[in-house]
Structures are given as C-alpha cells and as structure tokens.
Design a protein around this ligand. Structure first.
Ligand SMILES: Nc1ncnc2c1ncn2[C@@H]1O[C@H](COP(=O)(O)OP(=O)(O)OP(=O)(O)O)[C@@H](O)[C@H]1O
Length: 354
C-alpha cells in the first residue's frame, strides 16, 4: 500500500550544520508515529521538511506517493500544530479556526459548519466568541488543533504541542488527543516530542532520533520492552544498562551467576553487551540476595521510592537505579542490601550505533 508519508533520503543542512542526516521513513495512513529524541536531534527539522518550511538539501518528500518536495507548504494540505499555540490574538476563536478555510475560498455556509464541527471535536464548542487571551493554555492549544483540523487534513503534524502546558494539563491533553485519535481513524498523525511518556501513550510506532539521525524505529511496545540500541534503552524508559557476558544464545553471566535474557540481534559468546533492566524490575531486599549492593541514596517520589545502588560484582561497582513501593525494613544509606535481577530482560549492544 502507498504510504501516507514518505521521507526518501531527506537531509537538511543549515550552512555547515547537518540538522538531518539522510532520513528514510514511511508512515502508513491512519498511523500515529512519534518522532522522539533529545533536544537538537533533528525532529523538528524532519517535520519542517515534511511541511515544506525548510527545503531539503537532498532527498524527496512524498505524500500518498506524490512527490511534494517542490510544492509550497500551503498546497501540501497538511494540518500543523506547533508548541506555542500561534493563534491570532486579535481574532476570536471561530475566526482563528476559519482562517485556513477562508484562505481556501471555502463557501461561507460550509465554513460555519466546519468551524463548529471541529470546535466541538476538541471540546471547545462553547468558546467560539472568546479571544485567545480569555482562554487557558490548554484551551488555546485545543483551538490550535481545531484550526489545524478545519481543513480536514489527511496528515496532522504536531510539534511538541504540549510542552508549554503544566504537568496536570499535559495529562488531560494526552487523554484528549487519544479521544481525538479514535474519532479520526484515517488521519495520519506525526507527533514530535522529547517526552517518552507522551510518545508511549500516543504512538503506534516510535522513531527514535539522535544527533540528526534515525536511531531505530518500531512499534512502541517493542521499543520499550526490547530496544535494540543502548540509546533507546536509556532514553525510552531509563533502563539500567548492566554489563554482562554472553554465555550462549539467551543466557548471560552477571557476577558469577547465569541469567536468561531476551536475545535481541546477533550476540556472540564473549561479546560485550549490556542487560537493559528497568528500575521497577530490580528487586531490593534487606539482608542478602543473589547480588549485593551498597545503598547510595533514597528519594521519595510520591508513588514510591527511587533507590540509587552500587551493585558489587567484583571490580568497579556498577551504578543501578531501583524503584520500590516501600523502604520498610531496608537498612540506612551507606549499608548493603540484597538485589535480584529477573530473568528475561533484553540484551542491548554496547557502544553500537545507538
Ligand atoms: N534555522 C536554523 N539554522 C541553523 N541551525 C539550525 C536551525 N534550526 C535548527 N538548527 C540546528 O539543527 C539541529 C536540529 O534542530 P531541530 O530543531 O530539528 O532539533 P529538535 O530535535 O527538534 O530539537 P528541539 O526538541 O530542541 O526542538 C540543531 O543542532 C539545531 O541547532
């Protein structure tokens, strides 16, 4: 099937700076893809190349199989929502939403119907006559989404749309976006974020970016549970990366003990790899366990405790983070605790392309 969006070797340079190394990526119709990566990794640049706001130095951009590389932004038919709402301050909500439709010379009666349809869709039907300054940040962002949807785009681009909102509002907006998602099953969504929890909550598939390059792409659950690069493991869920030795396929040695591991990729015996262990999977007990660690620090995180541990494996201690619901019975900071690492954690290549 023809992809809704395709980047074919798209690269972008700003003078000497390579903001996007040749990117090959396809997005299917109706799919939600998150472009996830730290600041400066090239996510926004990829989105701008797709929207037509920057010209690729090389490569082609295709929409539904049509090469749009030379088509100006307003003729690409995309909906775009950026971080800072960018509503026109002197226009009321309904006029803001109608703006793109008027520019397209849509008949007046149809404009009115569409404006009210999309405002209702984002739960802002009662606010049509307000000015942006009379709305909260979250409400303004809803209007910005309604404005982008008014032209009925096949593809909606969202560039860090929640980053100007506070944490509680962000949670509400994620729920809103999921609802919207369900109402628009044929719309393709590309969502740029540096926030892994937003990407996991919203995306079918995540494309992880770093230093202007695509590191890896895969279904969200797969990348979370079985990342194939060190970078993804650390970035998407703050995994501990504990060096282990491969004994044979599916079995590793950690501090004199054998553990079953998810064998991702091809790892040969004796190769340096790490076990990706999420903090909540590290077991911590008073007394002794399979391993011993020194407790370096305890932080209360509301829903539980974060423990910073130095795992003793003979040689340099290995820093490991654990998350536990309670610290009852655990010794004081500076003392040793027992630690267990479960079977079945994924293996991750160390020092690879990630
Ligand atoms: N107009 C520009 N001129 C020069 N360099 C730029 C320009 N825009 C971006 N860059 C550089 O290109 C690189 C990628 O930037 P980009 O905005 O795509 O990153 P990002 O992953 O979206 O980051 P953020 O999350 O901070 O927006 C960065 O090194 C940035 O400094």
């Amino acid at each position: 099937m023809t992809a809704a969006v395709e980047f074919r070797g798209v690269s972008v340079h700003y003078g000497q700076t390579c903001a996007l190394a040749p990117l090959d990526l396809s997005v299917a119709r109706g799919e939600t893809l998150a472009l996830l990566g730290p600041s400066g990794s090239g996510k926004s640049t990829a989105l701008k190349a797709l929207a037509g706001f920057v010209r690729p130095s090389a490569g082609r951009v295709l929409l539904e199989g049509r090469d749009v590389t030379d088509v100006p932004p307003h003729l690409r038919g995309l909906g775009v929502v950026v971080q800072s709402y960018a509503l026109f301050p002197h226009m009321r909500v309904d006029d803001n939403v109608a703006f793109g439709l008027k520019a397209r010379k849509t008949p007046r009666a149809e404009i009115a119907a569409r404006v009210s349809e999309v405002l209702n869709l984002v739960g802002m039907g009662d606010y049509a006559r307000r000015f942006p300054r009379e709305l909260s940040g979250g409400q303004q962002q809803r209007v910005a989404i309604a404005r982008a949807l008014a032209i009925r785009p096949d593809v909606l681009l969202l560039d860090e749309p929640l980053s100007a909102l506070d944490a509680t509002l962000r949670e509400d907006m994620i729920a809103e976006l999921l609802r919207l998602r369900a109402e628009l099953p044929d719309t393709t969504l590309i969502y740029v974020t540096h926030d892994q929890s937003e990407a996991l909550a919203l995306a079918d598939r995540i494309a992880v970016m770093r230093d202007a390059r695509l590191v890896e792409t895969g279904p969200s659950e797969q990348l979370y549970h079985r990342p194939s690069t060190e970078f993804t493991a650390a970035f998407l869920g703050a995994s501990n990366l504990i060096p282990v030795e491969v004994i044979r396929a599916g079995t590793v040695r950690l501090g004199g003990r054998e553990l079953a591991a998810e064998p991702m990729g091809e790892f040969g015996a004796g190769q340096a790899v790490a076990l990706g262990v999420r903090p909540h999977r590290v077991g911590v007990h008073p007394g002794t366990g399979a391993y011993t660690a020194r407790l370096r620090g305890v932080q209360w995180r509301g829903s539980g405790f974060r423990l910073d541990l130095d795992l003793e494996l003979g040689g340099e201690p290995c820093p490991v983070r654990a998350e536990v619901p309670s610290v009852d019975g655990l010794p004081a900071v500076g003392e040793t605790v027992g630690v267990s690492i479960p079977d079945g954690c994924p293996l991750v290549a160390v020092g690879g392309t990630g």
